[in-house]
Design a protein around this ligand. Sequence first.
Ligand SMILES: [Zn+2]
Ligand SMILES: [Zn+2]
Length: 138
Amino acid sequence: MKRHIGSCSCGEIEFCFENDPINSIFCYCKACQALTGSDKWFGVWVPKDNFNFTKGTPSSYTRKGNSSQNVNYLFCGKCSTAVCAEITAGNFYSVSATALQNNEFQPRMSIYASSAPSWATFPSGLPTFDTLPPGMGG
Ligand SMILES: [Zn+2]
Ligand SMILES: [Zn+2]
């Protein structure tokens, strides 16, 4: 079984997940822009059952997602690295690809492109959706 590990930048929080993610996305929504200080968040989607924190306890912040179900952001209270967001509507974590020790995944799609700033960059050759792909909730 494949195991992926990651951490915040100060090392207080560590996590791991098993198997490859079910999706990997660039998200250009406003919340992700505020979170990252850039045009997008690179998230890999991991079913909750496959994910565990192995060191430390993250701080959390909860907001209502577009489906009006909770999105729980989990971040290091010491260095403020956003480690992942729990998407309760989909029962998965959107794990920060940049927090992984080995950031080997490629984005497969761009979502919430309609919220992107005018200077945002989109990877070429990938499906780009104004919000979410059809059938993926929202
Ligand atoms: Zn930290
Ligand atoms: Zn987003």
